[in-house]
Design a protein. Structure first.
Length: 141
């Protein structure tokens, strides 16, 4: 992942909130997945695998209602995905980001903001949804 030091620091603040108070932890996997696909890095093996796995997890949570608290179990199921390829990242300049989640003052508000952020970033990847869905179907069959 490539991000600015300021963005990485804010991501760390959100993670500290989620790890520090169990009331905020239900969407931890969604937070990690969203941040990862918003900062995909460059076209090399680790980034390809990371982006693919995180997009598949977002697909399962946002489109299939998977429980994000089951993130590690989801990852074990989808790790046997078909060979992944680099997906050209969409522009993220006008999308929600970690800064939009930080103002949350309650677990419910945090959940609402993380969901909005995840849906917005998932929408940014629309051009690749069919590919990601195919990877999900293949890995779960």
């Amino acid at each position: 992942m490539r991000s600015s030091p300021a963005c990485w620091r804010r991501f760390g603040e959100i993670l500290a909130r989620e790890f520090g108070d169990p009331a905020y932890s239900a969407l931890h996997q969604v937070t990690v997945d969203t941040y990862a696909v918003q900062h995909p890095g460059i076209a090399e093996r680790r980034a390809i695998q990371s982006v693919g796995l995180h997009l598949m997890t977002l697909c399962l949570v946002l489109e299939h209602g998977a429980d994000p608290r089951e993130g590690p179990k989801l990852h074990k199921r989808i790790v046997q995905s078909p060979p992944l390829q680099w997906l050209d990242p969409p522009p993220m300049g006008d999308r929600l980001n970690v800064i939009d989640v930080l103002p949350a003052r309650s677990p419910a508000e945090h959940e609402r903001l993380v969901h909005a952020w995840a849906r917005d970033v998932w929408e940014a990847w629309t051009a690749h949804h069919d590919t990601v869905r195919r990877w999900v179907r293949h890995s779960l069959s």
